[in-house]
Design a protein around this ligand. Sequence first.
Ligand SMILES: Nc1ncnc2c1ncn2[C@@H]1O[C@H](COP(=O)(O)OP(=O)(O)O)[C@@H](O)[C@H]1O
Ligand SMILES: [Mg+2]
Length: 460
Amino acid sequence: MVLDALRNRRLALARTALATTTAPAPADGEVLLETVGLTKSYAGADGELPVLAGIDLKVRAGEIVALLGKSGSGKSTLLRCLAGLIPPSSGTVTYRGRNLTGANPGTAMVFQTFALLPWLTVQQNVELGLEAKGIPAKERAESAMRAIDLIGLDGFESAYPKELSGGMRQRVGFARALVVEPDVLMMDEPFSALDVLTAENLRGELMELWESGQFPTRAVVLVTHNIEEAVLMADRIVVLGSRPYGTIRETIEVGLDRPRDRDAAAFEELIDRVYRIMTGRTKETRTPGRAETPAVEKRTLANTPLPTATVDGLSGLAEIVAHRDGTADLADLADDLGLDVDDLLPLVDALEHLGLAEVHGDDLLLTDRGSSFAGADVQKSKQIFAEAARDLPLVRTILTSLRQSPDGLLRAGFFRDVLAHHYTSEQTTQQLETATDWGRYAELYSYDAEPQEYRLDEEI
Ligand SMILES: Nc1ncnc2c1ncn2[C@@H]1O[C@H](COP(=O)(O)OP(=O)(O)O)[C@@H](O)[C@H]1O
Ligand SMILES: [Mg+2]
């Protein structure tokens, strides 16, 4: 029942979004993309190199389809054929029943490498797709703002890609694709260039949007080599095999309820099944390492440096601990996430500083605030984060100084000088980077890299 209600809401939203286009919004189950007998070869030194053969595939409105396979199995090639970026060697690709003759008008792509233009701001990068469609400036700006807001990028509009963490950059990639409200969102390993926690956090946010019906697309095709990601996100998993060339080895319906519980026996069973289909063997286990317990003290600028942790990283960690009923052994965590303890500890510090988690012995425990944070949607988590971050010495210093400045603006140099009393130049730079990322996310203040200026954002 709930699922039906969500589907209907998604349909209604998609209809509103597409109200200006001529074609009616696709109903759930309508075939949006289809390949029949698709083959693809590339020209190689020794003649044609066959990559895909005999691919019959349908993508329907309302579903997330994962194309899963090892590297070189032809996933990206198939995705590019579906998007009309390259023609098949034989067979057909159709979008809503029409043969593709060029770029597919119903798709937009998110790339592993983000593919942002470094000289454009976040807002300008997001508007790019709309500019190509000849949409007037005012409408462009409004649509971009909506996409930016939806994906949790508000506060970063005027930032340049090089100032952003990987997770924030990929959010720009998502916003740029979603802003055109494509029928089908195409994603080519969108999380694989990100660290584990950032990837985890971004996946969680996307699935929340999809499940709540706020996603302005009707279907998703996700290319991945990550089995767990496929089982977590997809309604259907299409496993591509690569011997002798890419064919569909098996298609698996993932009938698990959403939001999905990784700890459920059915989830684990499906992972094992897909694992066996792909490799013919079972999962290995690794040996755990050890983690040290960080100390917590009374906080001042001098004794509480902001840890080098991005919002995405610490949110991802909080979500993972939440999945484990709010408590996790630090060593197991580091091991399971494939992180060095050195990478994990700044994130643990960050969660502690923010009052989102506590370390007891070897265990990391989410606080009540941490549990709400992990379970919240983007806007609510921003709010919780803002409340928590406000109490940290450096964030507090920036905020109170900006409030006292007549125009609500201050140069970064001002805060560098303050920090120089306690820290090396490198530590100062790192802390200001963290303070910028956190303050932007919390929408407390923004930072303009050009004049190197902080500006008050919070509503007083
Ligand atoms: N433009 C190209 N020219 C020649 N060979 C290519 C080209 N693109 C991909 N290939 C080859 O096709 C095979 C499948 O590649 P790809 O679709 O990128 O696989 P995947 O995304 O699953 O890793 C690989 O062997 C790759 O080397
Ligand atoms: Mg690929």
